[in-house]
Design a binder for this molecule. Structure first.
Ligand SMILES: *Cc1c(COP(=O)(O)O)cnc(C)c1O
Length: 361
């Protein structure tokens, strides 16, 4: 028998989430962001459940080519653009759409002889200060791009630094964008998950949701997912593989950083940080055992973690454990561990087997 840990991907939930996001932005087209191996869910496992999308957004060629070779015909957007001038032939061959964020990319496009023009996303830096041309350069770059025979359709692209923090953090960057682009006749693509959920004024022609498709919240607040009727896609589950009766006052796990306040029954779960469970999850982090909420005790180790099952007498060796997923939001675990759902979802390791389910929603 194999080790009981597994990650289950619910493709019905994924399709459902795409429909929900579309309903929130009914006049916009949707790039489904599938970077980082579909946020750790597995691109090959997920792309078909997103077949109703208008395009797939990601950032490495391997994944883009994987989609093309699987027969995907929708546009594919390279969010970080191209990395070397020689990449342009690959972009043309696989009909990829590329972000343009730096002067050297303009020069590369200027000297590239394309058989078929390449669609580009002109990236505007509106305060994230990561990628993109500053708003005062946009007009010039736009004009330059328009003179280049290698360039096809041009879309304006930007990314909000604080869309998950409320309207006050969207207003100023939105105004800056509007001012910089008011004269430009071009489609716009500004909204990530948070802006897709909460800022319809940013939706324009294309939105770019990522984490919400997988049923996790951009704010880290699990309640967001329920309030928008989104569903968790990944469930990380395992089993109890041993039970210890521990007397009061005994240490549990490495460093004895947990000491039993009273006699406790401790369940040992086959899941540790080498599976991608966060080592920073403190004692008290919730775990679902046989359908009941229990708490982690002690330090998460490489291959196992310990759970207080004193109040869950039905739990025993072989009991089902949900670390996060359909009944325990990944955002809740991320919050306890001082991180975000994005990090946990993308950090499940190679040794965890994945299975796919689809259910009737
Ligand atoms: C990752 C990413 C997104 C999606 O972000 P979410 O918060 O997951 O919705 C959108 N745009 C760009 C440029 C990205 O890098």
């Amino acid at each position: 028998m194999s080790r009981p840990i597994k990650a289950t991907i619910n493709t019905t939930a994924l399709s459902h989430n795409l429909r929900r996001i579309r309903a929130l932005a009914p006049t916009s087209k949707v790039w489904s962001v599938v970077k980082a191996n579909a946020y750790g869910h597995g691109l090959a496992r997920c792309y078909q459940a997103l077949a109703a999308t208008d395009g797939y957004a990601l950032l490495n060629y391997e994944e883009a080519i994987q989609l093309r070779e699987a027969g995907v015909t929708q546009p594919i957007l390279l969010l970080e653009g191209f990395f070397k001038p020689t990449d342009l032939s690959l972009i043309e061959a696989y009909q990829l759409t590329t972000a343009i964020h730096s002067d050297w990319q303009l020069q590369a496009l200027a000297s590239y002889k394309a058989q078929k023009p390449i669609s580009v996303y002109l990236k505007i830096n509106n305060g994230m200060n990561r990628l993109g041309f500053s708003p005062d350069k946009v007009l010039t770059v736009w004009q330059q791009l328009n003179t280049l025979p290698a360039v096809g359709e041009i879309t304006l692209m930007s990314h909000f630094a604080r869309a998950d923090e409320g309207p006050d953090f969207i207003r100023e960057p939105s105004q800056r964008l509007d001012q910089a682009t008011s004269e430009l006749q071009a489609p716009r693509c500004y909204a990530n998950s948070a802006a897709s959920l909460w800022h319809p004024e940013t939706h324009h022609q294309w939105i770019r949701p990522g984490v919400v498709l997988y049923g996790a919240s951009p704010t880290g607040c699990a309640a967001d997912i329920e309030s928008f009727d989104l569903r968790p896609v990944m469930s990380l589950t395992s089993e109890i593989i041993a039970v210890q009766q521990v007397a009061a006052g005994e240490g549990v796990g490495y460093g004895h950083r947990y000491v039993t306040p009273s006699a406790q029954r401790i369940g040992i779960v086959a899941c540790g940080y080498a599976d991608g469970y966060p080592r920073h999850a403190p004692s008290g982090t919730p775990v679902l055992i046989a359908g009941k909420l229990c708490k982690i005790v002690g330090t998460v180790s490489m291959d196992m973690l310990m759970v207080d099952i004193t109040e869950c007498p039905e739990a025993s060796i072989g009991s089902a454990v949900e670390l996060w997923g359909s009944q325990l939001p990944v955002d809740t675990i991320a919050h306890a561990a001082g991180t975000v759902g994005y990090e946990l979802l993308t950090a499940v390791t190679q040794r965890v087997p994945f299975t796919i389910i689809s259910d009737i929603s």
